[in-house]
Design a protein around this ligand. Sequence first.
Ligand code: ADP
Length: 283
Amino acid sequence: MDYIKVDNISFLYDETEAAHRKKGDFVLKDVSFSVRKGEFVALIGHNGSGKSTVAKHLNAMLIPTDGKVYIDGMDTSDENLTYDIRRKVGLVLQNPDNQLVASIVEEDVAFGPENIGIPPEEIRERVDNALKAVDMYEYRLHAPHKLSGGQKQRVAIAGIIAMQPDCIVLDEPTAMLDPKGRKEVMDTILKLNREAGITVVMITHYMEEAVLADQVFVIDNGGILTSGKPDEVFSQVELLKRHRLDVPQVTELCYKLRSCGVELNTLPLFSDDCISMLKEALR
Ligand code: ADP
């Protein structure tokens, strides 16, 4: 069964105007997609295309103007279900500084479970497990503001994991980080997805991160331009370029080589594949 089902949603921030507006004015227009339990989905697209607006629909922070979003079968527009939906889907934002609230790492991670009335002995266990899951256990007594950007973002993710969600939605979690921090956070997200089975929906500007997903959705002007497995999406180089979107660097390189006459049947997503394809083609 689909864990997330986005069923033909359209959205306008100012609901009072909805009746007077044309579809073209909506921020999201007839968007449909679904995510299976345990999947890792990447959302890519230009600034302002509607990616964050989609993300906020996945934990009932926003409710569609038209259409429905279902999380594990629960309709996000049913206010009686908002609390359950937010416990199942945790949202991680771009800037870790805006998400950390306490002066000690473990207190920060405990904040969410405390707020929902989890008993103290269970909180201790959840906090320890969450910090271990993001490889920050040894920093549990440190001050969050003294950590690196990547470490802060991993603590923010631990705070969400301590709520034991089925799914985490991350809105450009690596955007403010240096390459080392980006790798730490990506490794953590992949581990949570592959080892703990947590469903992941991640917005990213980095194509090298998007290629790691099971499915990629390309959002353009409030709609889905194309979607599929990373190789299906990034093989459509002309379409993506027409919409001024990037493809991974190795894909771009091989695309250009192919247009210069180098014989390549497929386009690679990873540098290792690129090397073996070129060795073969240039032999
Ligand atoms: P992305 O995440 O792809 O950068 P957003 O979902 O943030 O795109 O924004 C999509 C559109 O919605 C943009 O035109 C943006 O200006 C508008 N928008 C975003 N947030 C709000 C808001 N709170 N109120 C009104 N318009 C908004």
